[in-house]
Every structure is written in structure tokens, then in C-alpha cells.
Design a protein around this ligand. Structure first.
Ligand SMILES: [Zn+2]
Length: 342
């Protein structure tokens, strides 16, 4: 099989790799039909310096190729979605809808890459989700967002406590930020202020439900949020970037006694606390790695019936031969999110 590897900063290669095999009786092997490049992959693209090449990709739709002896619910040929974690479905965290905290779970991308031709998924019965459509369905890109970015945006909104009538600021116009807008809208938010600078992306944000767009950053961006909210900021801020300036912007934009929910993987060591700190203003800081698998069944129906179209975040499609160009285009912000058809 072929697979995508990162050797070092900016160095993406597609190479022959060993086919995965069933290692545990609960494993399944999946032939990748559709995968994509994640904003999170760009952190490795910019800074990978481990000496060893790293397999890439953690978002997959594919067809079941082979199942272990203990797999009960899946059979060869089933079209399935693989969120970025595997989980047992039975532990206290899984039963509470917190799949990423599963005591027997983990990230299958630690030993696999979704940007390739085949992947091995452990605990297949509870880690792969059957899709009630065919391989040629035009809904596949939207369904693929359930493997990470849509569930992550939804997690931000859920952890932030978005509900009917909420006023929300979303920081970041990447795929997760835009799908946090969509999720906030679905959860009933009344005002959704999107902070982003890329016109095509903020326009998509409006399609997803943003009521106001702020292109300014830093102190200027914060004062624009305050202008729109009677000087107070919004009760909820969803931070989908992960860099320190976005974190500072979140603290500036949130109303006292409000909540910052962050889902951008932090690229900094410590949250900025000091004067005007979280403590003085009673600000709740929440968010983290999304329980994406737990959200699949909740979010899928609105995709299937056409109510939402999160697949609009994909604005380029490539095949495996073009992976290096796909990464370059996303890194240069020429592409919002790149779909990969092996
Ligand atoms: Zn579990």
C-alpha cells in the first residue's frame, strides 16, 4: 500500500508501506475511500524534527476489507467512518459520551496514517460507524467532517455551554472555527460573532450562521467585539486556533463570569493569567480534545437529511500523488481544507 509520511518541516512524501494486518481479534482493516488534511497536521508539517518519518492522517471514510474473529457488527464491504480515536464503548467515560477519555481507547493515528490506502482500526465494533450511503454519495465529504472537524467544533460549542439565545464569539476561520459557528447555530445561539481575516472563509461562516464578522485582531478586534455587545463582551468564546494571540483575544472578548472553550491544540505552554486574569473576572476556561466518536450519531442525521452541509469546508480535492501540494496549499492558506481520494 501507499502512505503519506512527513520527514521534516515542509517535507511530505508518499511511499510504499507495509499493509496493515489484523493484530487483535477486535481489529478491522479498512480500505480508505476518502481522507483529508487537518489543520492539526500542519503543526507537524511546520515543525516535525524527530529524525523518524511520521505517518499522517487521522480522518477516514473507507470500506471494511477484513475483520478479526471477534468483530460482530461489521462485515467486508461495509462503508464506515473512522473518527480519530478508537474506544471500547462500554467504560464509564464512553457511557457518559466522553469517548476520547476511554480507559481502553487511544489514537489509531499513532500506528497508522489515514492519508494512505489501508488502516487498521482497533475495537472496530465501537470505533467504526456504518454509513447508510454508498461510496459514490455526494454526502461523503460532509460525513467525513464527523471524523474530526465538525465534532471538534461541536465540542467547543457544547463545552462552552451554548444554548438558545446565547451570544457567542468564535475565534478562527479555519474548518474547526467555521464548524463551531455551525454548531453554535444548531444549539440555538442568537448572536455569533466570527473573528477571521480571510474573506472567502468568513463568507462561509455567514452561510453557517455567523451574524457578525470581525476582521481586526488583537486589542482592536477585542474592542470591536465589545462595541457589538454593549461594552461587555460575549458570555461564551469559542477559541479554535491554539496560538497565544488567539488565547489573549479570547480573554479580551469574553464577558466577566463567562466561559472560554478552546479546541485549537495549544501551541503555547501556559495560559496568559495575570492582571485582568481568569480569577479576577471569574472566567471559566474549558475545552480540550473533542469526544468526536460520541457525537457521530447525534450529528449525522442533519447531514443525511440535508439540514447542514459541513462538507463545504473542503475547497480542494487531490489524490495521493498530490499530497505535498495539498499540504503546501493548506499551509499557505490557499486551501481551507483538502480532501484526499486515494
Ligand atoms: Zn470506553
Amino acid at each position: 500500500m501507499r502512505a503519506t509520511l512527513i520527514y521534516g518541516p515542509g517535507d511530505v512524501r508518499v511511499e510504499e508501506a507495509a499493509d496493515p494486518v489484523i493484530e487483535q481479534p477486535t481489529d478491522a482493516i479498512v480500505r480508505v475511500v476518502l481522507s483529508c488534511v487537518c489543520g492539526g497536521d500542519l503543526h507537524s508539517y511546520r515543525s516535525w524534527a524527530n529524525g523518524e518519518p511520521k505517518r499522517m492522517g487521522h480522518e477516514v471514510i473507507g470500506a471494511v476489507e477484513e475483520t478479526g474473529a471477534d468483530v460482530r457488527l461489521l462485515k467486508r464491504g461495509d462503508l464506515v467512518l473512522a473518527p480519530f480515536t478508537y474506544q471500547d464503548g462500554t467504560c464509564p467515560f464512553c457511557r457518559a459520551g466522553r469517548s476520547t477519555s476511554c480507559v481502553n481507547g487511544g489514537y489509531w493515528s499513532r500506528f497508522n496514517g489515514g492519508q494512505g490506502e489501508l488502516v487498521r482500526i482497533p475495537l472496530a465494533d465501537t470505533s467504526l460507524f456504518q454509513l447508510p450511503v454508498g461510496e459514490d454519495s455526494e454526502l461523503l465529504p460532509s460525513l467525513l467532517t464527523l471524523s474530526d472537524v465538525y465534532g471538534t467544533g461541536f465540542h467547543a460549542a457544547l463545552k462552552g455551554g451554548v444554548t438558545y439565545g446565547s451570544r457567542v464569539t468564535v475565534i478562527g476561520d479555519g474548518a474547526v472555527g467555521l464548524l463551531a459557528v455551525l454548531s453554535a447555530k444548531q444549539l440555538g445561539a442568537e448572536q455569533i460573532i466570527l473573528m477571521g481575516r480571510h474573506a472567502a472563509r468568513t463568507e462561509l461562516g455567514r452561510t453557517f450562521g455567523a451574524t457578525d464578522i470581525i476582521t481586526e485582531r488583537g486589542a482592536e478586534g477585542v474592542s470591536r467585539v465589545r462595541e457589538l455587545t454593549g461594552g461587555l463582551g460575549t458570555e461564551i468564546v469559542l477559541e479554535a486556533v491554539g496560538h497565544m494571540p488567539a488565547s489573549e483575544q479570547a480573554i479580551g472578548a469574553v464577558r466577566s463570569d463567562g466561559t472560554i472553550s478552546r479546541v485549537g491544540v495549544p501551541q503555547y505552554e501556559q495560559v496568559p493569567v495575570g492582571n485582568a486574569s481568569l480569577f479576577d473576572r471569574n472566567i471559566t476556561l474549558t475545552g480540550g480534545v473533542a469526544h468526536v466518536a460520541s457525537y457521530v450519531k447525534r450529528l449525522m442525521p442533519a447531514i443525511l437529511d440535508g439540514t447542514v452541509n459541513p462538507g463545504l469546508v473542503f475547497d480542494r480535492t487531490i489524490n495521493l500523488d498530490e499530497m505535498a501540494e495539498g499540504y503546501r496549499a493548506m499551509d499557505a492558506r490557499e486551501a481551507l481544507k483538502v480532501l484526499v481520494r486515494p
